[in-house]
Structure formats: structure tokens, C-alpha cells
Ligand binder design. Structure first.
Ligand code: ADP
Ligand code: ZN
Ligand code: MG
Length: 476
């Protein structure tokens, strides 16, 4: 049914700049998540009369980094606008944002991101990248439709938000999900947004079919929900069109609890935001030297990292791109390999076991880095044959679920003396191999393997190689 209809999807993605300590226009803490409601607020972010906004300069840098990573062109000058609407999530009845019409210039415009869809490479064009303030959080005591009242928490109001708008270049809900997932890992690699924080990445998805009017699905919290909401909306629109109705331009909300899109309870005001320049903030010149410096110091980005991992560790493109799809996964993997794991086998462990175990334990990837040492311990034991793969997988599952290995698991041998004794032991058990080891690296490897077995895979192979080489030099 889907393939007979032409689907067009364009996204507006809001990312909180969680790297910033304070809000965009005041010095209130931007780290609001674990605070009691309405405690990280001041006259500016509450919009009290007489208060003035002061721009947090670091926010400009962070948005520029995002723009550069998306090949978007920084403007020479930029300015802020007031975007008016009346809703309890904004105390001052306007949001300080940017605007790209009628003389408005956003921080950057144009650009593109490359997307792998199956075997195809697809370009999604970026329309603009801009900076705005976040609004308060509206808390629904039950579902969107059933709640009889709402609660408002202004802690989030004024937090710096980067809005990135694409052209309507995506042609399926799945492409939209892939786009957001890739954008998320770009933000992670830039270090601007910790996307694992609840609500740090929020999407408005616009969708039209067969050239009809577009419907905007507001405020969706995860890539998977964007795909679900769009799938729902495609089916809903197709049904209407096939019944002969016309799709009207409207805004709908994604009801996470009931998995449907719903029309707002109150007809939202016509989208006339009466934009006008924010006269409390002067136009801003973007220093070309700053742009140049940021360009030169941009960190390694996901596409480059996929390529490097492929080359450096002989990984398939599939392996490399799954690892890089989450920065913390790729970081943990690389840390594990540095500890001496076989790169290709380690990749399989991380992709096939660790990811699945995290999902099963309902744990976020941010829990992984502190478990890397123990994960290496398990994989190493399997790699040296101290335990079977089956037992290893069971141990890994326990590790991910409990955050630590069962107490009877052998602890890594880090004591040099213990390790040295084992090295001596293996040498005296294998005198001929030790003899060969002077000229044959394979023999060295064999000895290392024997020592590793005695440590049940818990030692660092590099250390053992050093010790064996030391013994070889002594006996020369
Ligand atoms: P604005 O809301 O600022 O006036 P547009 O309405 O042109 O800007 O676009 C807003 C978003 O809607 C963009 O992400 C764009 O890609 C998307 N969009 C525009 N036209 C369509 C369409 N026909 N179908 C789906 N999405 C669209
Ligand atoms: Zn404040
Ligand atoms: Mg916006």
C-alpha cells in the first residue's frame, strides 16, 4: 500500500546543547533534570518584566560545530527573533528564536547529510541550523487525551536548543528514523548533546502524501517513535485519501501511550507567530576566524570513524557502522581492543551480545563504559579457551544485567610477581618452545597463550609478551 503512494517527509530536530553549564540567556543551571520543579529559574528565564537576556557565547560555537558537521554554511551575521504564541510552556508569551525570512538570518543555512539506506546512499538536504531557547516542560498526569489538567516546570525554559531543519527529502518513515539516528551520533561525536538524556533530542516530523498538504507531528522523543508515528500517519492519510477526503494542513500530537497521532484538543491558533527582531539582543557578527578554528578542530565524525575502524581493525562496513551508531559503543569497543582483544571477534561480541544484553536488561548505552574492563575479562577468557563461548555469553548477560561479574569470576591478575611466576612456570614446562621463541614469533605467541590460559584469560597479553621477551634477552 505504501509503495503506491508518494511519501515526503521533512524533519525539524531540536537538540539541547547539554554541553553548556548554564541556560542560553541567563546563568541558571542548564542541568535541570534531577532538580525539584521550578527551582532552576530566574527573572530572565521566567520572562519577568524588566529582565534582559544575555547571550551565552559558547552556544554559538556549539551550533556552528553542528552546522559544520552538516556542511551547512555559517552566516556572517545573525540575529534573534521573538516568536509569539500563547501557551503555558512560555512565561513571557514569546520564545527567543531565529527566522530565515524577511531579513532574518539563522546561524547557518544549506547543507546535507549522507544516509545509508540498505545498499543505497542517499543525500538529505539541510535547510537551516539555528539557535533558540527551550520552553518549559508540560507534564501530563496521565495520557495526552485523558489528562484533566497539566503541570508546568520552568526548569527547562531557556535551555539552549539547536534546531536543524531538513528539506522534505525523506521518502519513508524508516529513512526518517535512520536520519535521526545518524544525526544523534553526529551530536555525540561533536560532544554537544548527550542524547541519552531524556528529552535532549526532540523531533517535529512533517509528512505529506501524493503532493497533498503536510501534517506536522509535534514533539516526538525518540527515533523509533518518529518511525512509529510516521507509519501511523502514513496509514491514516492513505485511508483518508482512498476514501476520497483531502488532507488538511494541521498539527497533530504523538500520543506515546496509545501509539496514535491525535488532533490537539483545542484548535491551535493559526500559525501566525508575528516574528519580529528581539531588540534586547543586538545583531551578532560571526567571526570568520572562529569558524575557521572550529573547522580545523572538529573532532572525528561518524563517517570518518566508520572508515577508520574498517581499516584499522579490518571490520566489515556493517560492523563498523553498528559500532559507530552510538559513540559510547564505539568508544567502549576501541577501549576493549586496546586491552588486547581480537578486533573482529570483539566487534561481534559488542554487536551481537552486548547490544542485545543491554536491550534485554532495559539499560541505556551510557551504562556500558563502566563495564568495559569486566567485558574484556569475559571475552578474553573465551578467546584463550579458558571458558566456552556459551559460558562467556551467559557471563556477559549477567555482567550487563547486574553491572558487575559474579564474585567467583577470576579477578584480573595485575600483580607483576604472580604473573612473572606464571611466565617462568610456562617456560620451564615448554623448554623447546622457549628455545624456538628466539627466532620464531609464533612460538612466542604460543607461550603467551599458555600463560593467558593459566590466568584464565585475565591478564594483559602485552605485559606477558614483555616478560617473555625479557626472559629471552636474559638467556641470550
Ligand atoms: P516553515 O514551517 O518554516 O514555514 P516549511 O513549512 O517550508 O517551513 O517547512 C517546515 C518543514 O516541513 C521542513 O522540515 C520541510 O522539510 C517540511 N516540509 C515542507 N514541505 C513538505 C511537504 N510537502 N511534505 C512533507 N514535509 C514538508
Ligand atoms: Zn534563569
Ligand atoms: Mg522551532
Amino acid at each position: 500500500m505504501l509503495s503506491e503512494h508518494k511519501v515526503m517527509i521533512g524533519l525539524e530536530v531540536h537538540a539541547q546543547l547539554t554541553s553548556l553549564k548554564s541556560k542560553l540567556f541567563c546563568s541558571c543551571s542548564a542541568d535541570y533534570r534531577n532538580l525539584p520543579p521550578n527551582t532552576s529559574v530566574c527573572e530572565t528565564c521566567l520572562g519577568l518584566p524588566g529582565s534582559l537576556p544575555h547571550l551565552n557565547g559558547k552556544a554559538i560555537e556549539e551550533v556552528l560545530k553542528i552546522a559544520l558537521a552538516l556542511h551547512s554554511k555559517p552566516s556572517e551575521n545573525t540575529l534573534f527573533y521573538r516568536k509569539h504564541y500563547f501557551y503555558p510552556d512560555m512565561a513571557k508569551n514569546f520564545q527567543i528564536s531565529q527566522y530565515d525570512r524577511g531579513g532574518g538570518v539563522t546561524i547557518a543555512s544549506g547543507g546535507w547529510m549522507q544516509l545509508s539506506v540498505g545498499n543505497l546512499i542517499k543525500n538529505v538536504r539541510v535547510r537551516r541550523v539555528q539557535l533558540e531557547e527551550d520552553v518549559a516542560k508540560i507534564v501530563y498526569p496521565s495520557s495526552l487525551l485523558q489528562s484533566e489538567y497539566v503541570l508546568v516546570d520552568y526548569n527547562r525554559a531557556g535551555v539552549a536548543l539547536c534546531e536543524m531543519v531538513t528539506e522534505p527529502d525523506m521518502t519513508s518513515p524508516k529513512e526518517a528514523r535512520l536520519f535521526i539516528e545518524k544525526y544523534a551520533t553526529i551530536l555525540q561525536h561533536l560532544g554537544v548533546t548527550d542524547t541519552s538524556l531524556e528529552g535532549s533530542l526532540r523531533v517535529d516530523a512533517n509528512i505529506s502524501i501524493d503532493g497533498g498538504d503536510r501534517v506536522e507531528l509535534k514533539n516526538i522523543n525518540s527515533p523509533k517513535d518518529v518511525e512509529k508515528a510516521l507509519n501511523y500517519e502514513v496509514q491514516r492519510q492513505i485511508m483518508l485519501v482512498e476514501k476520497g477526503s483531502k488532507i488538511r494542513m494541521e498539527t497533530r500530537h504523538w500520543d506515546e501511550m496509545n501509539k496514535i497521532t491525535v488532533a490537539p484538543r483545542f484548535k491551535e491558533e493559526e500559525e501566525d507567530y508575528r516574528y519580529f527582531p528581539e531588540s534586547d539582543l543586538p545583531p551578532l557578527r560571526i567571526n570568520p576566524d572562529l569558524v575557521k578554528k572550529l573547522e580545523e578542530t572538529l573532532p572525528e565524525l561518524p563517517d570518518q570513524r566508520v572508515e577508520r575502524l574498517g581499516k584499522q581493525y579490518q571490520l566489515t562496513e556493517y560492523q563498523a557502522s553498528v559500532l559507530v551508531s552510538e559513540k559510547r559503543l564505539a568508544d567502549s569497543y576501541e577501549e576493549a581492543v586496546k586491552k588486547g582483544l581480537n578486533p573482529s571477534q570483539a566487534a561481534d561480541w559488542f554487536i551481537n551480545e552486548v547490544l542485545g544484553d543491554l536491550a534485554e536488561a532495559k539499560k541505556d548505552i551510557s551504562e556500558l563504559p563502566k563495564m568495559v574492563d569486566s567485558a574484556v575479562n569475559v571475552i578474553m577468557q573465551v578467546q584463550v579457551g579458558a571458558i566456552t563461548g556459551k559460558i562467556g555469553k551467559r557471563l556477559m548477560k549477567q555482567l550487563i544485567l547486574n553491572g558487575s561479574l559474579p564474585s567467583e569470576t577470576p579477578k584480573p591478575i595485575t600483580d607483576e610477581k604472580t604473573l612473572y611466576d606464571l611466565v617462568r612456570e610456562v617456560i620451564s614446562e615448554n623448554p623447546e618452545v622457549f628455545d624456538k621463541a628466539r627466532s620464531d614469533p609464533k612460538a612466542v605467541n604460543y607461550l603467551v597463550g599458555q600463560v593467558m590460559k593459566k590466568t584464565r584469560g585475565t591478564a594483559e597479553p602485552k605485559k606477558i609478551v614483555e616478560m617473555i621477551n625479557g626472559e629471552l634477552r636474559k638467556n641470550n
